[in-house]
Ligand binder design. Sequence first.
Ligand code: AKG
Ligand code: FE2
Length: 231
Amino acid sequence: MPALSLTSCAGADSAVSDDNPYFAKIADDLANRSWSVINAALPPDMSLGLLSSIQQHNEAEFTEAGTGRSRDHQINPFVRRDRIRWINGENLTEQAWLEWASSLQHYLNRRLFLGLFSFESHYAHYGSGDFYKKHVDAFRPNGIERGARREVSLVTYLNPAWQPEDGGELLIYDASGQEVVERVLPRQGTVVVFLSTEVPHEVLPAKRDRYSIAGWFRLNGSQEDRPDPPS
Ligand SMILES: O=C(O)CCC(=O)C(=O)O
Ligand SMILES: [Fe+2]
């Protein structure tokens, strides 16, 4: 059902200058089934740089991750246990990551007319035993909610040589949330992209330190009385 709401415009592709070979596959997958998993999609030097960047930060700089936005924000250790640190482009690797995400954003806007407006992302560290229960990253607008809703989620993994016995798999469910349609090993370079309101997913308990980045492309949340981003 969600796939129907996306109009894919293959013809526009030829006018797109980005030649990242993975972007077309991501756009096709989003249009056809709302989610995409691509192995080795992030350049290895970027994954390695991001891993060393996350490891250079003191654990004290990471905060317990919560759920819900602003006033509804809650820390709930029964739902998720990872610790996060927002990425602000403070070194060359982080800047390269933000540029990579920005070219994907522009590609998806041109191919699928998504109107993605901004991007935010954080490192996530799941220690041994940490998990994130089944959830969606955003709820469909209900006419009351204000602000820039998360539209497309982007996740990438930083651990080299992750093995099945290390746990921490990402489970992707069908729209009903009942059936697992894909199990993703959190291996360095793998990129997962999905429609934030449409794809229930879950992180199984990790059995060793699991390093990743989770990010979201948002729609423009400007209101007459309030510019986006809110000050
Ligand atoms: O790390 C993952 O595999 C997914 C993380 C996630 O679902 C989230 O941060 O919302
Ligand atoms: Fe999520």
